[in-house]
Design a protein around this ligand. Structure first.
Ligand code: HEM
Length: 182
């Protein structure tokens, strides 16, 4: 995709939920924050142009395109609503602290989408191998996540990217998989 095409898309990207000042703070922990107030002169009138990473050249992450932290939070809420409403899956979470669980998944989804990496939870194999999860339950969870993203209007290429990551972690999550993911 060309830079211009990417920018056209970014300008028209509609956050899944309205951005609030607080959400902006969370979303903008990058060196260059597109939504931070800019006290400097506009790029076009500046004499010295930056030579490294600028607002114009920074690739926009999937995370930013879908609306940042607030959108990820909305996705995690809807996702777990679906998982907990699924009689085949709900049992896995009966003894799980869902507040912490939602936070973990939000942080992990943020990383998957190219946002700031603040995930400090256990590795996926460590968290899932003791649960003895069969392939069909892994597939169902993946379907719930895909349905969530589609329902929230996440662009198709982002959904495809998330599905790609799900495929990569399958061996770490499914019982008897290769925890190294090789
Ligand atoms: C498909 C990719 C998956 C991802 C990216 C994922 C992500 C996560 C994350 C980030 C955690 C928190 C880890 C921690 O405690 O620090 C977690 C825990 C957990 N996941 Fe998953 N998960 C996936 C699939 C599944 C599936 C298929 C199931 C069940 C069918 C499942 C059930 C659980 C449960 C029950 C916990 C809590 C474990 C505990 O607290 O002991 N997950 N998952």
């Amino acid at each position: 995709m060309t830079g211009a095409a990417r920018h056209a898309m970014v300008r028209h990207a509609v956050p899944l939920v309205p951005a609030s000042p607080r959400n902006k703070d969370v979303a903008c922990q990058r060196t260059v924050c597109p939504s931070a107030p800019t006290p400097r002169a506009p790029l076009s009138t500046r004499k010295e142009r930056p030579v490294t990473v600028t607002e114009e050249t920074t690739p926009t992450s999937h995370y930013e395109r879908i609306g940042g932290a607030s959108s990820v939070k909305a996705a995690v809420e809807l996702f777990y609503d679906k998982v907990l409403a699924d009689p085949e899956l709900a049992g896995y979470f009966s003894d799980v602290d869902m507040v912490g669980q939602r936070r973990h998944l939000a942080l992990m989804l943020t990383v998957v989408l190219g946002g700031p990496n603040e995930y400090a939870g256990r590795g996926l194999a460590e968290a899932h191998q003791p649960l003895n999860i069969p392939l069909e339950h892994y597939v169902k969870v993946g379907e719930h996540l895909t349905a969530t993203l589609v329902e929230l209007g996440v662009p198709a290429d982002v959904v495809t990217a998330v599905q790609g990551v799900l495929a990569q972690v399958q061996d770490q999550v499914v019982a008897g998989g290769n925890p190294a993911g090789a």
